[in-house]
Structures are given as structure tokens and as C-alpha cells.
Ligand binder design. Structure first.
Ligand code: F6R
Length: 606
């Protein structure tokens, strides 16, 4: 989603801003721009499309200023166009804005009546005009910003230049991340820690309703009530190397292949073999409190939601308490029946997903403890929750989530083993489940070895107009995750069903034009799965079968054999095969693998 970068120091801001924007490209965007202060005027350059396009335009423009702001925009109000791209200028104020100014229309009308002209369809330009309007009557820019922001309903991460204040950049935040880092005689501002990699090792995390005034030699943070506030420091863990492709063609491919190591990191230091349980330092709940938990609620969006669904299938039989899995955008508005003995777990790679954050607030308001299963250290969710488990999966740059999924499932399984051992699970069974987790990295390596075979199947299936994935038991959530990857990467309409559900309607879709990715796993429902497969065959759909067991197949069907694995590993193994399938289908169709159309890496608006 939108990215903000800012710089004030002793070097020309332009190139630093452009590098920062490039680092945030993975988040997804449709236009980009920068503005720098040149003595007493602000110079802006904006363009539709990617940062390379902006760089081309900048070849014929001069930006000499040593203070500037930049932005990658993902359209919300108004289509992608140069006029709608940030920065936006109104009077003396130029700003970049992440978030949504919900009541902007009301102020737009009032400002138009006061004679102001608008050049874009955005809420952000109205915000620039509102701040400028306040600045006409208030000499202190920080107070003018405060006066304007007190009128705003919605969310913002803002970096603001004032044409007559060339030695400062103001920043402000409400529910949209912003970091400020000082290094020698320069101050950097960014909405994403990857943009700061290599520039600083620590950053201050701006909190909601805080405003900072940044100058080359220092910055100060104030609350909107006009008093200086304490600053929370984040260690920047992203390095320039960690955000490279390491010789892979795409970040997605790199991240798929990294899974043996990322899972290893999720497990590292968390297995207590002698006691047959997990050790989770950041849960912040006493064993007694955890023993009192009567049910669990997992909450997430997209892939994170499916990770929760797979974990539910695996954990309910061993923890022996009900687990419900909720889509965050629904859960946040629903009247939910709670008895107060729940433990909730919010799952989020980025830790910045707006709907998931709203669920944390909702659950905490209802007195339900909230744990976070989060990848990005110091992210908004990580700071809001009562406790949690970091994934330590490393930066996930590809918009389509892969290694975060396998680490999310792994982290939830660690939590489940901990709770199960407090209940009925005996020592031996606990140890056996931990061994299943420990074996995960090796077995994933086995799946990665069959990439070539999957690539051949991908080329064939990429030509089909419609696709469906089917699975039973724990392979049903896996089918949902595989189909999500296929949809977002290939744009082919695809759906997923529990295989046993087909005769209740979806069978009508089956024909020789339909490609069916059938997940057939060894397990208690294996025989039933064979019967469901026969139903698909009878309707002559084209079949690609992933299986970890023996199966008879005709010569027109593609069968890809996956390694036999444990119960805990099976879902992840099939998912990795599906990730490779989606990846190679996208390549066959010449799609933008790391940045699929219409999507952003972290969805910080509702
Ligand atoms: C799909 C994908 C999304 C995210 C979802 C939640 O490949 O990446 O569905 O899983 O937007 O994001 P996080 O985990 O950052 O909360």
C-alpha cells in the first residue's frame, strides 16, 4: 500500500528519496512522486506508473534541495493519474498522505466556498488545503497541523513541507505507520522500515495522534495536546542484503525456496523436547490463565486467515477446545457471542492490516486477551497485542504471501502444543508432535526438488479458462490458499471447495474446460477422497492431482507425487507445491509475479 519517505540533511534529497521509493515498490502502487524544498519554493515531480518512470522524468528536472518527501500511491480516492499522485500542494503546504480522510468532502465544499481550487479528486489534497488554511491564521506550523488534524476523521501518515520553513519536515500519524530515524546530520522518515535499511539502525515509532518536527540535526515529537512525548524505539532489522533477490528471478521464488530456513527460524529456541512442549517467551499469560482458556478465536485476512483455518483443523483434536477462525473485515463489525474465557490470536505478516488492527481493538475492548502471530517486528499489531509469537520469517517482499503462511501455521502449532500439553496431551505425544515440526524444513526441501515437474504442469494449466481446487479435511484450507495464490498471480477465475461438497452444487461447473487441482492426501478420508475424484473424472474435467499416496490415474491426467509426511507437515507440504504451481503459471502467462495488478503488500486501509 502507499509508501512515505522523507529526508532532511546535508545531501541532495532527490536520490535518497528515489532509493526509498524503490525499496517500497513491493508494497504495490500505481503512481509516485517527490517534492523538495529549493530555497523558498517547493518543487514537485509526479508520474503515473513505476518509480523508474519517475526517474526518467526527473532526468530533465532539477531537484537540488536537501529536504524532501516522496510517495508511492495506491489509488483510493480518484483513479491513478498524475493529478491524483502525491505530493499535493495547496498554498504554502505540500504533503504526502497515507490513509483516508473520511470527512474530506465536507471540508472540500467549505474550502471551495472560501475560494480554494482543487486539482485532483483526492482527499489528500483537501487535507493539504485544510492545513494551509489553518496556517494562514497560526504562525506555528505544528499548531496549524494540529488544528487541521483535529478536524479529520479517518487515518493518516503524513509528511509535510512548508514553503516558508525550508529547514523542517513535519510528520504526523494516526493508524498509519511512520518511523523517524536520525543518523549524524540527517533525519530520515519512512512508513516502512525497509526504506530505512542502510541509513540507520534504530528508528522512533511515531504513535497515534503524535506530530514530529524534523530538522537536519534532530527531531522532536509532540502530542496533539501540545506536550512533548516519550518515544518508542524500534531496532531496524531489515538490511540491504535481506531485501535483495539472492540470484532468484523473483522475490516470490526466493521466498518459496527460503521456507526450510524461515520455518527453522520460527522454531528456533521454542522447542522443549524433555518436557514435550513449546517454550514461548512472549505470551505474557500465566500457565494458570492459559489453563482457563475454554476456546480460541483466530483472526486474519487472506493468507493469514487460511493459515488460521489450517491450524484449526490440526489443533482442535489435540487442544480439545473449540477454535473459530474469523475473517477480520467481518469480525470487526459483527456482534459476536463471547463468554469471556476465550483466547484470541490475530495473524498478520505485516502487522499493519487495518481490519486486523480493528479486531485487536475490538477484542481488547471486550476483555479478551489477544496474542499476535506477526512477522514484522515492532509493527502496529505487534505493539498493540497483549503478547505473541514473532514469526522471524525475514522480510516478505512479494505481494503474494508464501513463507509467512508456513511460518504462521508453524507458530500456531507451537502455541497449540503448549496448550495441549497443559491439558490432556501426554509427554510422549507432545514430543512426537515436536518431532513432526522439527522435520518440516527437511521435507519442504524434498518438495522444492520437484519444481521442474510442477513447472510442466503449470504451463498446461495456465492455458485453461477456469480452475478449481478440491481437497478434504486439512487439505480443504490448503485448497483455498492455493486458489488464492492462483487468482492473485494469474488472474484466472478459480474457486476452492471441500471435495465432498461438490455434489451440492459446484459439480455443475465441471466440464472439459475446467481444470481441477485435486489434493489427495493419505489420511482417514483417503478412500472418500478417491470417490470424490471419480465424480470429477466422470465429468471429464482436466485433472492435476497432487498426492502423497498411491493413486491410479489415466494418461491424460497429471499426477505429481509429493513426499510422505507427518500429519502436522502434510498441509504445508501441499501448500508449497501449490505455491510453485501458481508461481510457474504466472511466469507462463507473463504476469507481474511480485506485484500482481490491483494488489498491495500491506492493506493499511479498510
Ligand atoms: C495473499 C496475501 C494477502 C495477505 C493479507 C493479510 O497472498 O498476501 O491475502 O495475507 O492481506 O496480510 P497480513 O498478513 O500482512 O495481515
Amino acid at each position: 500500500m502507499c509508501g512515505i519517505i522523507g529526508y532532511i540533511g546535508t545531501k541532495r534529497a532527490r536520490d535518497i528519496l528515489l532509493t526509498g521509493l524503490k525499496r517500497m515498490e513491493y508494497r504495490g502502487y500505481d503512481s509516485a512522486g517527490i517534492a523538495t524544498i529549493e530555497e523558498d519554493k517547493v518543487v514537485s515531480t509526479r508520474s503515473v506508473g513505476n518509480v523508474s518512470g519517475l526517474v526518467e522524468i526527473l532526468k530533465s528536472k532539477t531537484h537540488k534541495g536537501m529536504a524532501g518527501i516522496g510517495h508511492t500511491r495506491w489509488a483510493t480516492h480518484g483513479a491513478p493519474s498524475e493529478a491524483n499522485a502525491h505530493p499535493h500542494t495547496s498554498g504554502k503546504v505540500t504533503l504526502v498522505h497515507n490513509g483516508i480522510f473520511e470527512n474530506y468532502q465536507e471540508y472540500k465544499t467549505a474550502l471551495e466556498q472560501a475560494g480554494r481550487k482543487f486539482h485532483s479528486q483526492t482527499d489528500s489534497e483537501v487535507l493539504a488545503a485544510l492545513i494551509d488554511f489553518e496556517y494562514e491564521n497560526e504562525i506555528n506550523p505544528r499548531i496549524a497541523i494540529t488544528n487541521a488534524l483535529k478536524k479529520v476523521r479517518g487515518t493518516f501518515g503524513l509528511a509535510i513541507l512548508f514553503e516558508d520553513q525550508p529547514d523542517m519536515i513535519a510528520v504526523a500519524r494516526r493508524s498509519s505507520p511512520l518511523l523517524i530515524a536520525k543518523n549524524g546530520s540527517a533525519v530520515f522518515i519512512a512508513s516502512d522500515q525497509y526504506a530505512l535499511a542502510g541509513h540507520a539502525s534504530n528508528a522512533t515509532v511515531l504513535q497515534d495522534d503524535e506530530i514530529a518536527i524534523c530538522r537536519a540535526d534532530n527531531f522532536e515529537v509532540f502530542s496533539m495536546n501540545d506536550y512533548p512525548v516519550g518515544k518508542e524505539i524500534l531496532k531496524i532489522t531489515a538490511s540491504e542484503e535481506s531485501i535483495g533477490k539472492d540470484g532468484y528471478e523473483h522475490f516470490m521464488q526466493k521466498e518459496i525456496f527460503e521456507q526450510p530456513q524461515s520455518i527453522q527460524r520460527t522454531l528456533s529456541g521454542r522447542i522443549n523436547k524433555p518436557l514435550g512442549t513449546s517454550q514461548l517467551g512472549g505470551i505474557n499469560l500465566t500457565p494458570k490463565q492459559l489453563r482457563g482458556v475454554k476456546s480460541m478465536i483466530f483472526v486474519g485476512c487472506g493468507t493469514a486467515y487460511y493459515a488460521g483455518l489450517l491450524a484449526k483443523y490440526l489443533l482442535e483434536p489435540i487442544v480439545k477446545i473449540p477454535i473459530s477462525v474469523e475473517v477480520a473485515s467481518e469480525f470487526r463489525y459483527r456482534s459476536v457471542a463471547l463468554n469471556g474465557n476465550e483466547l484470541s490470536v490475530v495473524i498478520s505478516q505485516s502487522g499493519e492490516t487495518a481490519d486486523t488492527i480493528a479486531c485487536v481493538e475490538e477484542l481488547q475492548l471486550k476483555g479478551i486477551p489477544v496474542l499476535g502471530v506477526v512477522n514484522v517486528v515492532g509493527s502496529s499489531i505487534a505493539r498493540l497485542v497483549d503478547g505473541g509469537i514473532y514469526l522471524h520469517a525475514g522480510p516478505e517482499i512479494s505481494v503474494a504471501s508464501t513463507k509467512a503462511f508456513s511460518s504462521q501455521v508453524t507458530a500456531l502449532l507451537l502455541l497449540g502444543i503448549y496448550l495441549a500439553r497443559q491439558r490432556d496431551l501426554n509427554l510422549g505425544d507432545g514430543q512426537e508432535l515436536l518431532e513432526q515440526l522439527e522435520a518440516l524444513p527437511k521435507i519442504i526441501e524434498e518438495v522444492l526438488k520437484i519444481e521442474k515437474e510442477i513447472k510442466v504442469a503449470a504451463r498446461k494449466f495456465a492455458k485453461l479458462p477456469h480452475l478449481m481446487a478440491l481437497g478434504r479435511d486439512l487439505l480443504y484450507p490448503v485448497s483455498l490458499e492455493i486458489v488464492l495464490k492462483i487468482k492473485e498471480l494469474t488472474y484466472i477465475p478459480a474457486s476452492a471447495y471441500p471435495a465432498g461438497e461438490m455434489k451440492h452444487g459446484p459439480n455443475a461447473l465441471l466440464s472439459p474446460e475446467m481444470g481441477v487441482i485435486y489434493l489427495h492426501g493419505e489420511g482417514p478420508l483417503s478412500e472418500k477422497s478417491v470417490s470424490n475424484l471419480a465424480e470429477v473424472r466422470a465429468r471429464k474435467a482436466q485433472l492435476l492431482i497432487f498426492t502423497d499416496t498411491e493413486i491410479d490415474a489415466s494418461k491424460d491426467e497429471i499426477v505429481i507425487k509429493l513426499p510422505k509426511s507427518s500429519h502436522f507437515a502434510q498441509g504445508i507440504i501441499f501448500t508449497v507445491a501449490g505455491q510453485l504451481l501458481a508461481y510457474h503459471m504466472a511466469i507462463a502467462l507473463d504476469r507481474n509475479v511480485d506485484k500482481p495488478r490491483n494488489l498491495a503488500k500491506s492493506v493499511t486501509v479498510e
